[in-house]
Design a binder for this molecule. Sequence first.
Ligand code: DGY
Length: 324
Amino acid sequence: MKPSIYVAKKVPGEVAEYLEAHCEVRYWNGNEAITKEQLIEEIGDAEGVLLSGTPVTSEVIAAAPRLRVISNNAVGYNNLRLEPIIARGILATHTPHVLDETVADLAFALILAAGRRVTELHAWVREGRWKKGQEEELYGLDIHHATLGIIGMGRIGEAIARRARFGFEMNVQYYNRNRKPDVEEKLGVTYVGLDELLATSDYVLLMLPLTPETRGMIGAREFGLMKQTAVFVNVARGPIVDESALYDALAQRTIYAAGLDVYAQEPIDPAHPLLTLPNVVTLPHIGSATSATRMEMASLAARNLVHALQGKSDIALIPELRNV
Ligand code: DGY
């Protein structure tokens, strides 16, 4: 008998066909992303679930007595509460590797847009504010040969460093829980302490997972250490940053600009103070959002789910489960 699964997010047709070939599938058909409460109502019989971003808490686990596999259709898995998952012996997988280059591209889009004021000046042209004779008012900051500080040197951090070193000839320094001598040698990047990185980088880029240790890690003290000309870019997770401290730093121009793809609350409230600032470039959490990469992520998430249910070992387990 095929295992029963619940697919709690939209997947491409080919991925649905693959899942249906191996499983009895039920789908979430709502137009909006499924909530935790809706997931609890839907998941009762499921042995496997495919989802993205929905919180999987003790309540969700308790509502699904047959659940054996959670396939998270994202590389970040801060939506999963690990204790109840580990306690029940459930397998949890994610989608590493396939999005690294795509997220690195978007990080660069934000570096360029914030440094060269692309969205701000785009609005100027449309609003008829471009006048002959304007000079310094239009100036931005160089990217080439500037110093990029990457906080978090995982695979995506490496892909960003490669673009920075070999595309823009930037000096790249990084801070990471573990030093990476192989990456230092391969890419010509330098390891520094966090405070030194904050104080000496022209671009400060956050690329860490959200964990209890990283939540709130960048706040008023950290923004206070940055240069007045620093550009801050976050393509990781919003809650790592204290947004009111970021607002103060940008509004008071103690830093130059920010490029943001992620927020404490998503979608961000359109009335959020950060969105009133001209020196903020904002995107709606689209780091991995190209057609090709989202297809790869959905395919990997589906394969992880089916293979885990079949007891195969070629699945991308989340790191915390690899040695359990
Ligand atoms: C990821 O895969 O973690 C991206 O941020 C999309 O959520």
